[in-house]
Design a protein around this ligand. Structure first.
Ligand SMILES: O=c1ccn([C@@H]2O[C@H](COP(=O)(O)O)[C@@H](O)[C@H]2O)c(=O)[nH]1
Length: 270
C-alpha cells in the first residue's frame, strides 16, 4: 500500500496524529530487561504492542539500533509491527544523504532490508541524492526542512535570494520533487511559526513534527500552525517522554498511559 494511503487511513481509523518514536537506550531499560541479548527488541515490541492502537505511525531511529549492533533487532521489530499491527506505517528515521550511487544502497537498506514504509532524508546534497528514494513511488520520503534543534537555524535560516533556506526546501519539495505524491517534510514542534510557514508553502503535505515531550515543544501551537483543514496532516512525534514514562516491569503500561495523554492533548486542539 502507498505510504500516504496507509497514513491517511491510520489518521482516520485511529483518530490520532501521534507518532511514537522508538529510540531504545538500554541504559534506560527497566532492570528485568538489562543484560538480555534481545533487550532492544523485547523493549520496543512491548511499547509497540501497548500503543499501536493509539498512533498514526511508529518512528524507529536507526542510530539507537546500530550503536548497539542491533540491526537484526530493528529488522525483527519492523517485521513484528507489520505482522501484528498491519496498516501501521513505519517511518525509518535515518536522515540519510549521500551521492546517488550510495543513496541507492541506503534506499535498498531502508525499503527492502528493513521494509520501512518511509524514510527521513537530508535534502542538502540535492535532487540526485534523493532520486534513489523517490524511485520507490509507494514509499514515503520525508525530507529535513526546519529541524527541531536550536542549531538548525545556523543553516536553515540563511537567506537564499529572499527566502530562508528551509522555505526554499519546502517550496522545492512541494513544487518539484513530489511528482509521485510521496514526499513529506520534517519541521520541529519547537518552531511553530515555521510550521505555519511550511504549511502555507506546501498545502496539505504531511509533516513529521518531532519536538513535543522531552524537547518541550508546544502542542497547541503545533496544531494551530500545522493541521490541515481536515484536522490531519501531521505526524507528531514523541519518543523519550513515552518510552521512559515508567521504569519498572509495568513500563509498557506507563508508556500506554503517556501515549493516551499525548494523543488526547493533540486531539484537543484539532
Ligand atoms: O528535527 C528533528 C528531526 C528528528 N528528530 C528525532 O525525533 C526524535 C525526538 O525524540 P524525543 O525524545 O521526543 O525528543 C529523535 O529520534 C530525534 O532523532 C528530532 O528530534 N528533531
Amino acid at each position: 500500500m502507498h505510504f500516504m494511503t496507509a497514513l491517511g487511513a491510520a489518521w482516520q481509523q485511529r483518530n490520532s496524529l501521534l507518532c511514537v518514536g522508538l529510540d531504545p537506550d538500554p541504559a534506560k531499560f527497566p532492570a528485568h530487561l538489562q543484560g538480555r541479548p534481545d533487550a532492544i527488541l523485547a523493549f520496543c515490541s512491548a511499547i509497540v504492542d501497548a500503543t499501536a492502537d493509539l498512533v498514526c505511525c511508529f518512528k524507529p531511529q536507526i542510530a539507537y539500533f546500530a550503536a548497539h549492533r542491533a540491526e537484526d533487532q530493528l529488522e525483527a521489530l519492523i517485521e513484528h509491527i507489520h505482522a501484528r499491527h498491519p496498516g501501521t506505517p513505519v517511518v525509518l528515521d535515518a536522515k540519510r544523504g549521500d551521492i546517488g550511487s550510495t543513496a541507492e544502497q541506503y534506499a535498498v537498506e531502508a525499503f527492502e532490508r528493513y521494509k520501512a514504509d518511509a524514510i527521513t532524508v537530508n535534502p542538502y546534497m540535492g535532487r540526485d541524492s534523493v532520486d534513489p528514494y523517490l524511485a520507490y513511488p509507494d514509499k514515503g520520503v520525508i525530507l529535513l526542512c526546519r529541524t527541531s534543534n536550536p542549531g538548525g537555524s545556523d543553516l536553515q535560516f540563511l537567506d537564499v535570494g529572499g527566502l530562508k533556506l528551509y522555505e526554499h526546501v519546502a517550496r522545492l519539495v512541494a513544487q518539484d520533487w513530489n511528482a509521485s505524491g510521496n514526499c513529506g517534510l520534517v519541521v520541529g514542534a519547537t518552531f511553530p511559526a515555521e510550521i505555519a510557514r511550511v504549511r502555507e508553502l506546501t498545502g496539505d503535505m504531511p509533516l513529521l513534527v518531532p519536538g513535543i515531550g522531552a524537547q518541550g515543544g508546544d502542542v497547541a501551537a503545533t496544531l494551530a500552525a500545522g493541521r490541515t483543514a481536515a484536522g490531519t496532516g501531521l505526524m507528531i512525534n514523541s519518543s523519550r517522554a513515552i518510552l521512559y514514562a515508567g521504569k519498572g516491569e509495568d513500563f509498557a503500561d506507563a508508556a500506554r498511559q503517556a501515549a493516551i495523554d499525548t494523543r488526547d492533548a493533540i486531539n484537543a486542539h484539532r
